[in-house]
Design a binder for this molecule. Structure first.
Ligand code: KIV
Length: 262
């Protein structure tokens, strides 16, 4: 999928389906399922690296995982997260680091926040690099929020979100992720901007939805936000399989003649 094809969904009304992936194996499975947009999220800091939040993820990490996903896929649109401190300090750093993610195989990058980040988005898009904005509960600002809390609940916060969405659209963002905000705020933003909104905990009115792959598959159960719907229970299946394997080896049931060479 190309960026213009992705954006055309806003007009057709067909919902956009986005999911995260961090490695070749899962990226292939996602594509085989017919999902055409993959986000290489910095959520990999928590899910792959076992950190408490996304703040320690580096450009090196993001380039590595973007390369793994890009190499494994055939036509999916790959969007790579710009990690914490890779774009905040200056337009120059933002442009250079966004370019590095494109060289690793991404087609677009994602940056969190409004306010001063709007200028970064403009600088990067002016260089021909598509940028997805990210508003609401932006995980790189978790310390400022005092935890992973729903944003945009007060009328003032909702107005700020709407103003930021408009500013990001005007500066050339190709799309917006709206995370953990009330559904009526997400609906107003979606109806106001001409670029597609992709919701995660932002209700059904967005132009598309994104979920973290390991949440969707029921692999990660340490913290399951209200907005997650597990479509499978792979952690339970994995535990069952591993316990059975252990029992079989210890009980001399594996390997049997079937799994042996003659
Ligand atoms: O890092 C990530 O996976 C994300 C999604 C939750 C939108 O930014």
């Amino acid at each position: 999928m190309t960026i213009p094809e992705f954006q055309a969904h806003k007009q057709t009304g067909k919902k956009l389906v986005v999911v995260t992936a961090y490695d070749a194996l899962f990226a292939k499975i996602v594509e085989q399922a017919g999902i055409e947009v993959i986000l290489v999220g910095d959520s990999l800091g928590v899910l792959v690296q076992g950190e408490k939040n996304t703040l320690s993820v580096t450009m090196r990490d993001m380039r590595y995982h973007t390369r793994l996903v890009a190499k494994a896929t055939e036509g999916a649109l790959i969007i790579a997260d710009m990690p914490f401190l890779s774009y905040q300090a200056s337009n120059e750093e933002a442009i250079r680091n966004a370019g590095r993610l494109l060289r690793a195989g991404a087609t677009a990058v994602k940056m969190e926040g409004g306010g001063p980040i709007v200028e970064r988005v403009q600088a990067v898009t002016q260089m021909g690099i598509p940028v997805m904005g990210h508003l609401g509960m932006t995980p790189q600002s978790v310390n400022q929020f005092g935890g992973y809390k729903v944003q945009g609940k007060s009328p003032h916060q909702a107005e700020t979100l709407l103003a930021e969405a408009k500013a990001l659209e005007q500066t050339g963002a190709c799309s917006l992720v709206l995370e953990a905000i009330p559904l009526d705020v997400a609906r107003t933003i979606t109806q106001t901007v001409a670029i597609p909104t992709i919701g995660i905990g932002a209700g059904p009115h967005c132009d598309g939805q994104v979920l973290v792959l390991y949440d969707l598959l029921g692999l990660f159960d340490e913290f399951v936000p209200k907005f997650v719907k597990p479509y499978a229970h792979l952690k339970t299946d994995a535990l069952q399989a591993l316990r059975q394997y252990k029992e079989d080896v210890e009980g001399l049931a594996f390997p049997s003649d079937k799994e042996s060479y003659h």
